[in-house]
Design a protein around this ligand. Structure first.
Ligand code: ZN
Length: 149
């Protein structure tokens, strides 16, 4: 079990240090800001939707390793999803980081499971979900910055 935890830790540190899809893309169709005042994490998420599907997700931001790793992993798993699938995945991810439920593994949840450990630290749950809330605000066109509170 410890080996697994070390592996998860490594993946989080890797994504935290070298986030994927980081930076403002040349074009995008929706974007939103997010802020987690509890930790000071800030993200800006850029989404390109095409024919109802997520074609690209990029983000910029600054924050703790969990928030950056979560945003980075999110940009990878959301590509190709319809808006409904993206929302469903957010719900599953939220369940993953807040409950002990054994989620029936699919490929996406298997990739995100590295963040499941935050469920033991309620304040870190907000770090892990910030990018997702922000993505949600971007695709629903909510003008308000996403807040974790
Ligand atoms: Zn944080």
């Amino acid at each position: 079990m410890n080996d697994l935890r070390d592996l998860y830790q490594e993946i989080i540190l890797d994504h935290g240090k070298s986030p994927r899809n980081f930076g403002k893309p040349e074009s995008f169709t929706a974007d939103a800001n997010g802020y987690n005042p509890l930790c000071g994490d800030k993200v800006h998420v850029y989404v390109t939707l095409k024919d109802g599907r997520v074609e690209d997700v990029h983000f910029e931001g600054r924050g703790c390793a969990i928030s950056m790793a979560s945003a980075s992993l999110m940009t990878e798993v959301l590509v190709g999803k319809t808006e409904a699938e993206a929302r469903a995945l957010f719900d599953k991810f939220h369940e993953l980081v807040t409950t002990e439920h054994e989620l029936v593994g699919d490929d996406d949840i298997d990739r995100l499971v590295v963040l499941g450990g935050v469920r033991q630290y309620p304040s870190r749950v907000k770090c892990a979900t910030l990018a997702w809330h922000t993505f949600n605000n971007a695709i629903t066109g909510a003008g308000e910055p996403a807040k974790t509170e």
